[in-house]
Write a protein that binds this ligand. Sequence first.
Ligand SMILES: [Zn+2]
Length: 251
Amino acid sequence: MQQLSESQAMRYARQVALPGMDLDGQEKLLNAHVVIVGMGGLGCSCAQMLAAAGVGHLSLVDGDTVSRSNLSRQVLFNQAHLEQLKVCAAQTLLRALNPDLRLDVYDQFANEALLAELLGQADLLVDCTDNRAVREQINRTALAANKPWVSGGAIRMEGQVMSFVPAANAPCYGCYSQLFGDTESGCAENGVLTPLVGIIGSMQALEVIKLICGLGTIHIGKIQHIDGLAGQWRELTLPKLANCKACQPVL
Ligand SMILES: [Zn+2]
């Protein structure tokens, strides 16, 4: 277990000062390994927060390059990064933000083999994609590896966050998609208001930090949803489905 250096204790002084966090919590972050799948708007925001907050090891997965229409919401990137691989551009910026950060980048789109390899080593995963097939792969892999993951989505003027944890009574993403459906349509077709991706990516980072440090309430079996226009959060209940093909044992 790596211990905080004196300069790291100073760097994170505002977090260390928090009740329940202390040096112990900050050391848990320093020793944590988090996988971020998707370096779009959610991934940029979440990675920036986790790197700044002192998570010691991040693995970033994305095969895409930076395009002009990304710049309105993918806040790690600027004009100079156009056509560059997103994970490489993010690597440069996150290393500049926090030189202590251990950063592994995978310039490919997620697949089940890569997810299994990464989740075998990491503490948890953040889903920052807008892709149902990838979420189903993450769900299967996380259930098999017994690891938690935090899913986020932002579209139009709304967004939502869900935390999936390995617990007997906890629903999985399969329960969600059977109950609520999940479409393939993303923000390319529907649009998204820029601050929503920042809010949801930051909420994902908050849930990740709480899971790592054992802080506060983890909303197991809940969907936290924001209506950006109304400026209102609400919480929807997600039950564990008795007939879920993903999380229920085959009898
Ligand atoms: Zn399920």
